[in-house]
Design a protein around this ligand. Sequence first.
Ligand SMILES: O=C(O)c1cc(=O)[nH]c(=O)n1[C@@H]1O[C@H](COP(=O)(O)O)[C@@H](O)[C@H]1O
Length: 238
Amino acid sequence: MSPTQSPRIVVALDYAAEAPALELADRLDPARCRLKVGKELFTRLGPAFVETLQRRGFEIFLDLKFHDIPNTVAAACAAAADLGVWMVNVHTSGGPRMMEAARARLSQSSRPPLLIGVTVLTSMDASDLAALGCPGDPRERVLALARLAREAGLDGIVCSPLESAPVREALGCDFLLVTPGVRPAGASVGDQKRIMTPAEALAAGSDYLVIGRPITQAPDPLAALLEIERSLAPDAII
Ligand SMILES: O=C(O)c1cc(=O)[nH]c(=O)n1[C@@H]1O[C@H](COP(=O)(O)O)[C@@H](O)[C@H]1O
């Protein structure tokens, strides 16, 4: 990897306790991947754990998927900025006013994190959307929410890699596509429904691949990460 290239893999540190999460972090190289701290570890360990990882050199995606009234979400984003995280996310279904409030508050920060909007969760398919009263193809809904996010000034969206190419085509290059729903060939799918392999996701236009269990639950997580890196085309590698 050239030092000028930015890591494209974000390892989702979804663990129930600090010890295994730190054990994995200590085997990873901040030059080769970023880390995502989500609801489970943040609820158990709080901001101190994020700071512990940052002291080890990692850039952190704080994945708390804020979804609340504009004032509350804006204040929560400001707290994330104060924590010095690299990326933070909000639910696009919170609406334009909520996203605009988050953008406005972060623009007052001296070091704003990237502000990313979650569209349709990768664990959902058309039948899950229909159950919510939103019949239709997840792709159409992702596109609509992506447009709203862009108009509200967000830096990009979370979507599945299945939507990366159409969103790229519709919204162009300067809009970040952060994609979970990534599974190496043969890996257990778990609760994810809209998936691609790491190489397919990058080829489709994803900027960042969020990968959890295929790494964290592998018998040798570091070996699993290296295997994923090897599966990526050399010119696209992290
Ligand atoms: O915002 C996210 O990170 C996210 C959005 C989404 O639509 N789907 C999704 O899986 N995620 C997160 O991405 C990670 C995926 O983990 P694995 O399914 O174990 O690879 C989890 O930490 C999820 O919380």
